[in-house]
Design a binder for this molecule. Structure first.
Ligand SMILES: Cc1ncc(COP(=O)(O)O)c(C=O)c1O
Length: 405
């Protein structure tokens, strides 16, 4: 079969593939624990449910404007004022099918073939393939000191005459690292100086711990007029536990939003009106669920840190936010795909290999699930890797015997 060069360059999404694997193993009755997930387990806010069902009950579910219904744009404008202290107009806003589509249409509106997109390492799995979907070139920028906190120089060194845009995701998936105010300020300044688009992927910006406050990139921008190349991405998926609703957005200059709207109009005609209503409900409704999710995640993180600290061979950096821990397991196995498969096969625990995020030897372990799953999952991993632990492990009434050294 003849496929396009772009189609051939794209890999399946490793995280979505893992969800499928989990569903298959579970359906077969396996006692599998998913520590590779990327979604909170809390309930969708009631205001979102009521808003969706009210619209559904009208029986008239029609096409909507490709860039989002006015009520959602208004809710996003209010959100931008509250969290970014910035007044924008409806023409500065586009609602998309998840933050994922908002980023994708932004990149399609910006990138020409062969141009370059820079992002720090470790990075969200989709960034490289999103660049490739535009025929552009992904340029990962690892921190020279091997940490999750790049210095400006690490990024600056990767800028070439082909560099068109940069994506910064903080707090970061997979590391949970929240970059410093100084770093964000310096990146904003650098992008303005070099005339590069800066995409701030803020999807986890309220899910942060230890008293931190969300960072607002606008605060450091000198150019806030309609030529500004700063793009803010956000959405309801993570903070409101609404991953299945697929609503995200971008805030940017009007010309760019218009171009993104034209692209989105031909791709999907915009997100479903029903799901946009749900997002309006969540954004305008009671906000207590966000804080309750945040505190649950902070507690889960602490439990996971305590457990991982008890491993002799695991190196961890305490996550500042998100619901991921990116731990260095290279003491046990340098090939993260091999290690992740080993843990599924031997103890039925799913994790995401670090190689997918640009760092070999690491595993991404999520703490968005229940405390029971977290503790049992990590105990199983410890049993599989720590050869000093007893030779046998019970999963329910199933006895596992270690037959590897
Ligand atoms: C860093 C990052 N950006 C964007 C997204 C996409 O979010 P959405 O579900 O709104 O498309 C994710 C989801 O995993 C993510 O981790």
């Amino acid at each position: 079969m003849s496929l396009s060069l772009i189609a051939k360059s794209i890999k399946p999404s490793p995280t979505l593939a893992l969800n499928e694997k989990f569903a298959i193993l579970k359906a077969k009755g396996n006692p599998v624990i998913h520590l590779g997930g990327g979604e909170p387990k809390s309930k969708v806010p009631m205001d979102a449910i009521l808003a969706t069902s009210a619209h559904l009950n009208t029986g008239e579910i029609r096409y909507a404007p490709a860039d989002g219904i006015p009520a959602l744009k208004q809710a996003i404008i209010r959100y931008t004022e509250e969290f970014y202290n910035r007044k924008v107009e409806p023409e500065n806003v586009i609602a998309s099918g998840g933050a994922k589509q908002a980023i994708m249409v932004a990149l399609q509106a910006i990138l020409n073939p062969q141009e370059e997109l820079i992002f720090p390492v470790p990075y969200w799995v989709s960034y490289p393939d999103m660049a490739r979907l535009c025929g552009a070139i992904p340029v990962p920028a690892p921190a020279e000191d091997g940490t999750f906190y790049p210095r400006l120089k690490d990024i600056e060194d990767r800028i070439s005459s082909y560099t068109k845009a940069m994506i910064i995701n903080s707090p970061n998936n997979p590391s949970g690292a929240m970059y410093s105010e100084e770093f964000i300020a310096a990146v904003v300044e650098l992008c303005e100086k070099k005339d590069i688009y800066l995409i701030m992927d803020d999807i986890y910006h309220r899910l942060i711990f230890d008293g931190r406050k969300p960072i607002n990139a606008y605060k450091y921008a000198n150019n806030l007029d309609e030529n500004s190349k700063l793009i803010i991405i956000n959405g309801v998926s993570k903070q409101y536990a609404m991953t299945g609703f697929r609503i995200g957005w971008a805030v940017a200059n009007k010309k760019l939003i218009e171009a993104m709207t034209n692209i989105q109009a031909h791709q999907t005609s915009g997100p479903s009106v029903l799901l946009q209503k749900a997002a309006v409900g969540a954004l305008n409704g009671l906000q207590s669920s966000v804080e309750s999710l945040r505190t649950t995640l902070e507690n889960n993180r602490n439990v996971m840190m305590d457990m991982l600290n008890s491993f002799d061979g695991v190196k961890i950096t305490k996550p500042d936010g998100t619901f991921y821990c990116f731990a260095d397991f290279s003491h046990y196995e340098k090939n993260s795909n091999k290690l992740s498969n080993f843990l599924i096969e031997k103890v039925q625990v799913l994790t995401v290999p670090g190689a997918e995020f640009g760092m070999e030897g690491y595993l991404r372990i999520s703490y968005c699930g229940s405390i029971k799953d977290i503790t049992e999952g990590i105990e199983r991993i410890k049993w599989a890797l720590d050869l000093n632990s007893p030779n046998e492990l019970y999963i329910g009434d199933r006895k596992l015997v270690r037959d590897w050294a």
